[in-house]
Ligand binder design. Structure first.
Ligand code: ADP
Length: 135
């Protein structure tokens, strides 16, 4: 059982986070904390100038709302959106917040030829804590 679990959540249409969230609940110790975290990849400044004003901020607010709603169904959980690079930023957040288990899907469903997607691979290789990979 873990006291501080991180569940990285991707918002691509193919990724279905419900199994990872349910597993995090099962693995959580009594009173344990669960964080649902999405990392918004940085957009190069030249590309930002082609986006409608406010688009990125609105996206961030909508994603944060979605994660907060998911977290509200769990005990002692929070939803967070931060900016960065998916693999690297998940690892940094885990280290800075004393996470003791990361629950992550191995890759998008249907890409079964790949053992691990690029984000999952980086997390497994460099995590400062236990990692539960869902296949
Ligand atoms: P694929 O390349 O097949 O999409 P990934 O390694 O990117 O595989 O995704 C596997 C898992 O990594 C996702 O289910 C999710 O848990 C996590 N993940 C991927 N991208 C992000 C992101 N931007 N923010 C948070 N978690 C992510």
């Amino acid at each position: 059982m873990y006291r501080n679990i991180l569940v990285p959540i991707a918002f691509d249409a193919d990724h279905k986070p419900n199994d990872a969230i349910a597993l995090a609940q099962t693995l959580s110790a009594e009173g344990g904390r669960i964080t649902l975290l999405h990392v918004m990849d940085e957009v190069p400044s030249y590309a930002m100038s082609y986006m409608p004003a406010g688009f990125r901020d609105e996206t961030r607010v909508a994603l944060a709302r979605d994660l907060t709603e998911k977290a509200a169904l769990l005990e002692n959980a929070q939803g967070l959106v931060i900016e960065g690079h998916s693999g690297r930023t998940i690892l940094e957040w885990a280290e800075e917040h004393d996470v003791d288990c990361i629950v992550i899907a191995s890759h998008r469903p249907g890409i079964s030829d790949f053992f691990l997607g690029s984000t999952a691979a980086r997390v497994v290789r460099h995590a400062p804590c236990a990692v539960h990979v869902m296949r």
